[in-house]
Design a protein around this ligand. Structure first.
Ligand code: PMP
Length: 357
């Protein structure tokens, strides 16, 4: 029993605030959580208001067609409702895609979003990774030619490193791949990347002409709805119809649906968060330069700082109520830090300064 799961590690989620309260007796309001790439400015105010107003609908299943949200996404991206599938987080769309194909081989970057590997191993797939930890699409292509994987994951921009390939490169790559291979373009942080640099923007509409490309997006990051678990997939109708065969009924809660619909109307709030993200990220870059630390130029809402003894430092930060992500499990000493609010970033950097000097 469970033979196929023998080598499968459980996904290690960012540590929750509750754990720090329990283990170190720190008050929840004093804890700074910069480990899960959430929106530090909270949910969009319009979404909060809406969820309060419809709390008395909790006894009803949601509209299982998710028509209103699909409609709003279709308008936003200039596509059709039938090109959209809604998931409990974009995670669920990734899961549908892998389980729908049950591939023998899957290709991804050397270091990338852990769930690609986890879902693939669940169906017994062999995992192929580029030697390069970031996305080197030439290397992707070489491995593709030799191994013919059935799924290729491109994380644009990439979590947990933060780098981003140009969209031009992505499309040139897609053109070279046989139509029997599904290419998943994970755009969980696209809102950040496309704001920082237009060359990184992937328009979901542009992938529709390919019969073998699935774009995934989320409300968990720029839209501030991580706790609501809602995301989406966009592709041509044939892919979407097939992914729907894996979708359980009512996979999105009534409240999450409503929150996502309102979040799409609150573009101003979303934009504010993105603008502040990159303003605040400068503090981290300056800190790195001043202290002789390397960092990875980031197109997301987090930054990777290379720091010696990152395990010890992450532990010490935790004791002070600051949660960050240690990268040691990926094989190098670094911290991945979600960009927080100004006061959170200041406190973290001051505390970190004391630990490295
Ligand atoms: N893709 C990437 C690259 C991510 O970093 C994440 C969340 N950490 C997801 C997908 C899944 O996000 P969600 O399920 O919250 O939409």
């Amino acid at each position: 029993m469970f033979e196929k799961l023998k080598d499968l590690k459980t996904y290690e989620a960012g540590k929750p605030i509750e754990l720090v309260v329990r283990e170190f007796g720190i008050k929840p309001e004093e804890i700074i959580k910069l480990a899960s790439n959430e929106n530090p400015y909270g949910p969009p105010p319009k979404a909060i208001e809406k969820v309060k107003n419809i709390a008395n609908q909790m006894h009803r299943y949601p509209d299982d067609s998710f028509f209103e949200l699909k409609d709003a996404l279709s308008v936003k991206f200039d596509i059709k409702n039938s090109n959209v599938i809604i998931g409990a987080g974009s995670d669920q769309i990734l899961e549908f895609a892998v389980h729908a194909i049950a591939p023998k081989k899957v290709l991804m970057a050397g270091i990338t979003f852990a769930m690609y590997e986890i879902y693939s191993k669940q169906v017994g797939a062999e995992i192929l990774k580029t030697k390069s930890i970031t996305h080197n699409l030439n290397e992707f292509y070489e491995i593709y030619k030799q191994q013919k994987p059935e799924i290729i994951f491109l994380c644009v921009p990439n979590n947990p490193l933060g780098e981003c390939v140009d969209s031009k490169e992505v499309f040139e790559f897609i053109e070279k791949i046989d139509q029997n291979t599904l290419i998943v373009v994970d755009g969980a942080y696209q809102e950040f990347a496309s704001y920082k640099d237009k060359n990184k923007e992937i328009k979901p509409k542009d992938i529709l002409k390919y019969p073998n490309v699935l774009y995934t997006g989320t409300f968990s990051k720029a839209y501030g709805l991580g706790g609501m678990r809602i995301g989406y997939g966009i592709a041509n109708e044939f892919i979407i119809q097939n992914l729907h065969k894996l979708r359980p009924p009512f996979n999105i809660t009534t409240l999450s649906l409503a929150a996502a619909i309102e979040a799409l109307k609150d573009e101003e709030f979303v934009k504010m968060g993105i603008v502040k993200n990159f303003e605040e990220m400068e503090k981290y870059k300056n800190f790195a330069k001043e202290n002789g630390l390397d960092y990875i130029d980031s197109y997301t809402n987090f930054i990777v700082l290379y720091i010696k003894n990152s395990t010890k430092i992450a532990e010490n930060l935790l004791k002070k109520g600051i949660i960050v992500r240690n990268m040691a499990s990926y094989g190098f000493e670094a911290l991945r830090i979600t960009i927080g609010k100004p006061e959170e970033n200041d406190k973290l950097l001051n505390t970190l300064k004391g630990m490295i000097s």
